[in-house]
Design a protein around this ligand. Structure first.
Ligand SMILES: *Cc1c(COP(=O)(O)O)cnc(C)c1O
Length: 354
């Protein structure tokens, strides 16, 4: 039994829902009416509240801003066929959040604060969970250090917040990606496996450079040799090679994606052989050239399954199998979506129906 926590509810005077155009939703710019906040001080989480979404005041000296003690998560709530709302695999996100917290010397968030915070927020902003197929409410838990102190040490105080933003369908135009062999996203022994702010900050410049050359995303490689494929920086990578599903194994430099894990389980159930191991650039390029690489896609909560259409490596652009022929990823992506929207049986117990 978990205790029901006391969450102070401060309702917005007016909803912004009627002014929101669900037909043209830019990702992550429109927030629902409320947010959840909890504060950590003297070794405990308290002051749990749901309040109108908006600015919060803080000292410009908070250590999150100076030294990057900041972590986040990303998951989605779906309106199911029977109108109930379900959050997909929230317990995986909860566990990963605390793994990130541990590595960043931040306090763990208790399960009930994380879960009851989500539940309270969705209850009050129920109407923000879109009613249209392909849409969902993206949930963004975040924790940051709030000590107003310039010394470099783990903060004593933290804020935990959950923001929510409705999102539209992701048009999965095949991506044009570049294998990055100069810059790195993560290093052995570092924080690549954690969803912590600095991992994204360091990727922005290399990404902006690649974007000028017309690339949609980068494929990050291992920092020691640049010979092995790691991930895409906001999504994991999965290939179909010789009929097997092949994906870079999870290590300290690769984030353990919930979508990746989900697709692996669905593929195994469908009788597809799955290999989690180091994946070399060489075998991927050879597979494109000799036709044994029949599918390649990015897997993440935001985009679900996005086909990769072209890969650039050391100045050569390789074109992959026509996305229309990608039967493996299409079939498992459909199964995943059907489970999320309550259209297929949730055999694995992934949906947390509120
Ligand atoms: C969030 C994220 C992913 C995808 O993880 P999901 O749990 O599937 O959303 C992959 N790589 C990085 C670096 C990420 O931050």
């Amino acid at each position: 039994m978990t205790d029901t926590l006391t969450i102070n509810i401060n309702k917005a005077a007016e909803s912004r829902l009627a002014d929101t155009d669900f037909a043209s939703l830019p990702f992550g710019k429109v927030f629902s009416d409320h947010m959840f906040i909890a504060e950590y001080e003297n070794g405990e989480w308290s002051n749990l509240q749901v309040l109108p979404y908006g600015p919060i005041s803080m000292s410009p000296a908070i250590s999150a801003l100076h030294y990057g003690q900041a972590i986040f998560e990303g998951m989605k709530a779906y309106r199911q066929a029977d109108n109930r709302i379900s959050v997909f695999r929230a317990d995986k996100n909860f566990e990963r959040f605390n793994k990130s917290a541990f590595r960043m010397a931040m306090p763990a968030i208790p399960r009930e604060v994380f879960m009851q915070g989500i539940a309270a927020l969705i209850e009050i902003d129920e109407q923000w969970v879109p009613h249209v197929d392909g849409y969902s409410l993206y949930l963004r838990p975040v924790m940051f250090a709030t000590d107003p102190y310039l010394g470099v040490r783990a903060s004593d105080k933290y804020t935990f917040a959950i923001l929510t933003t409705p999102t539209g369908p992701y048009y999965s135009k095949a991506l044009k990606v570049k294998i990055e062999t100069e810059y790195t996203r993560a290093d052995e022994g570092g924080v690549g496996f954690a969803k912590t702010a600095g991992n994204y900050g360091r990727s922005l410049y290399p990404f902006a450079e690649a974007s000028k050359e017309g690339f949609d995303q980068l494929i990050w490689t291992d920092s020691a040799t640049h010979e092995f494929i790691e991930e895409a920086g906001t999504a994991n990578l999965i290939f179909v090679l010789d009929g097997k599903m092949v994906t870079p194994s999870i290590r300290s430099t690769v984030l353990d994606g919930v979508t990746r894990d989900t697709l692996i389980q669905l593929a195994k159930k469908a009788g597809i052989e799955v290999e989690e191991r180091r994946v070399s650039i060489k075998e991927v390029i050879e597979g494109i050239e000799n036709g044994t690489l029949t599918d390649a896609f990015a897997a993440g909560t935001a985009a679900t399954v996005t086909p990769i259409g072209q890969i650039s490596y050391e100045g050569t652009l390789y074109t992959l199998a026509d996305p229309e022929t990608r039967t493996v990823s299409k079939a498992i992506a459909k199964t995943l979506n059907d489970i999320r929207y309550g259209l297929a049986e949730d055999e694995f117990g992934w949906n947390w129906v509120l």
